[in-house]
Design a protein around this ligand. Structure first.
Ligand SMILES: Cc1cc2nc3c(=O)[nH]c(=O)nc-3n(C[C@H](O)[C@H](O)[C@H](O)COP(=O)(O)OP(=O)(O)OC[C@H]3O[C@@H](n4cnc5c(N)ncnc54)[C@H](O)[C@@H]3O)c2cc1C
Ligand code: FES
Length: 280
């Protein structure tokens, strides 16, 4: 076969692989966690922080972060319905097919935090992309000097993964949760997640992984820096609309970064150049 013929016959990088929904857990009125198993050949295993492009057939594609990988290699995604594609993904039921391509993007540098104090800060749906980090820390806690997770949500009902916090605690990870608005059954703290950061003991030995709405990551990063955490040891996950997801189309460009290729995980030192910093 000539080089030209081989190129013509090569599969398109946009072509999805077929997966099937094997489990669907309802997290809240608009959010579900789907477990997806390959119907034929599996895609390469993702690293924590990477994402896949999920196809809702007949509707379109959306980038969705990996929220976990099961023992049999199935991929776990937590998805919030905010528009046509995510509405269709959230409506999927066990047995339904879904297209996937990936994994794409950079990953959380968990290994670089070995021996250091690890802090994970997650706001709302932002707990999904950092869940693989927390699972990795909980699986081998002695690799890290200390392990702390701060989780914020608008309401107690919006907190993801009931039961996971108790499991992580039992594995040696300190977990604190805070909500913006308490319900009658909530006995925990109320306020913004930065309140928990200000109460934490942090230093130049802290490595922090932040995920949530951009204002939450900005204010959290500034609170961490105020406590002596170096910007190059603070990692955030950026989100932008995407099309190709492999650095070809420029759709996701943010300043000098292509978020699909140079992100979504970047250091705060790199993010500061492209994300608006609020005035104090
Ligand atoms: C790397 C990455 C990881 C992501 N991980 C998850 C995840 O784990 N779970 C999840 O539910 N969602 C995740 N998202 C967001 C998800 O991709 C969007 O919500 C989705 O593409 C919206 O498509 P739609 O057709 O449903 O809605 P649309 O009608 O396209 O959009 C609905 C609203 O969401 C806004 N929007 C669309 N895409 C994005 C985006 N990428 N970032 C911010 N706002 C957007 C639109 O401006 C509009 O206001 C991720 C996005 C990126 C870039
Ligand atoms: S989505 Fe095409 S370059 Fe990033």
């Amino acid at each position: 076969m000539t080089d030209t013929a081989a190129a013509v016959n090569a599969p398109s990088p946009m072509e999805p692989s077929m997966y099937r929904v094997t489990a669907r857990d309802v997290e809240s009125h608009d959010t579900v966690t789907l477990t997806l198993a390959p119907m034929a050949d599996a895609l390469p295993a993702p690293n924590p922080g990477q994402f896949f492009m999920l196809w809702a057939f007949g509707i379109g594609e959306a980038p969705i972060s990996v929220a976990g990988v099961t023992a049999d290699g199935s991929i776990v995604h937590t998805i919030r319905a905010v528009g046509a594609v995510t509405d269709a993904l959230v409506a999927l039921r066990p047995g339904d097919p879904v297209g996937m391509r990936g994994p794409y993007g950079t990953s959380w540098p968990v290994d670089a935090a070995a021996g250091a104090d690890v802090l994970v800060v997650a706001g709302g749906l932002g707990l999904a992309p950092v869940r693989p980090v927390i699972d990795a820390i909980a699986a081998d806690p002695s690799r890290f000097r200390s392990r702390r997770v701060l989780i914020g949500a608008r309401t107690p009902g919006a907190l993801l993964y009931p039961g996971a916090s108790a499991r992580w605690e039992s594995q040696g990870v300190a977990v604190q949760r805070i909500v913006d608005r308490a319900g009658p059954d909530w006995t925990g703290p109320v306020g913004l997640i930065t309140k928990l950061i200000e109460q934490s003991t942090l230093s130049e030995h802290t490595h922090a992984f932040l995920c949530g709405p951009e204002p939450m990551m900005r204010f959290s990063a500034m609170a961490l820096i105020d406590q002596g955490v170096p910007p190059e040891q603070i990692w955030v996950s950026l989100e932008r609309n995407m099309h190709c997801a492999y650095g070809h189309c420029g759709h996701c460009q943010l300043g000098s970064l292509f978020v699909c290729r140079d992100g979504p995980i970047v250091s705060w030192a790199a993010a500061q150049a492209v994300v608006r910093i609020p005035q104090r």
